[in-house]
Design a protein around this ligand. Structure first.
Ligand code: PRT
Ligand code: MG
Length: 229
């Protein structure tokens, strides 16, 4: 059954923090995923609604699946969304999950502020080429960008780069590698993205799901505010 079937809704999620943090919202919206992706090798997971299913894809592939209709909707980090581009994607809701920030980090022995002030050309390693290019262009800092697919933290330690652009949440990974967060670029959280054609063609079902997500996010936020008092 392809996701072109108008009676079936396909939701794309990635394993790990996005799946884990989306689950409570799905539950609150009345949706139970019937298999645990950590214990199953299945890539298509049934839910308690026979017309809604979950597909597991790599985090960086979620926007692609939704854009081309391999899934009707999905949950993706703002980092991934900006880097991928949002053509064909409707972004109605910030789920406020998987929160972190996009930052510049450098080795504790590297004087980043002086290098920037002196107008030095900086070598920046990152998975987020577009975000980094845009950020440094706006600052008027000249950079050479080196694309990496993982372990950005290693680049300044090996002389591959002067600094990195990466996600930071607790800061523990930076600290463990003698790196310092020298600039914050933007706050990051996960967004619901919907295929624009699917939104029209599968209107009642997708609307219902979107409305349930909105209610679930609002209820979670009120509960959080309540407990913070
Ligand atoms: O692992 P894979 O290459 O398949 O994809 P991915 O790394 O994009 O997936 P995943 O599941 O790790 O991340 C999915 C989304 O979670 C990201 O796109 C972000 O929007 C969000 N998110 C939230 C994070 C973090 N927090 C985070 N801390 N993604 C990654 N990290 C990494 C960060 O890159 C760094 O290596 O954790 C490390 C820093 O963590 P602290 O706590 O030590 O600061
Ligand atoms: Mg990861």
């Amino acid at each position: 059954m392809s996701s072109q079937d108008r009676s079936m809704i396909t939701l794309a999620l990635s394993k790990g923090r996005i799946f884990d943090e989306t689950m409570p919202l799905l539950k609150a919206a009345g949706l139970d995923v019937l298999e645990n992706p950590e214990h199953s090798r299945k890539l298509i997971l049934p839910t308690n609604r026979n017309n809604i299913r979950v597909v597991l894809v790599r985090a960086s592939d979620v926007p692609t699946y939704v854009q081309y209709g391999g899934a009707d909707l999905g949950v993706t980090g703002l980092d991934t969304l900006i880097e991928h581009g949002s053509e064909g994607l409707y972004q109605p809701l910030d789920l406020q999950i998987a929160k972190c920030r996009m930052s510049v980090a450098a080795h504790e022995a590297f004087d980043y502020a002086s290098a920037v002030k002196q107008g030095s050309r900086l070598k920046i390693a990152t998975k987020y080429i577009n975000i980094a290019r845009e950020f440094f262009a706006r600052k008027g800092v000249h950079v050479d960008l080196v694309k990496l697919y993982g372990s950005m933290e290693l680049a300044p330690l090996t002389g591959l780069a002067d600094a990195i652009v990466d996600l930071v949440s607790t800061g523990n990974t930076l600290k463990a590698n003698h790196l310092i967060e020298v600039e914050q670029i933007m706050p990051i959280s996960s967004r619901l993205v919907i295929n624009q054609a699917a939104l029209k063609l599968k209107q009642p079902l997708i609307r219902e799901l979107l409305d349930a997500f909105v209610v679930a996010v609002n209820e979670r936020n009120s509960a959080l505010n309540e407990s913070a008092r």
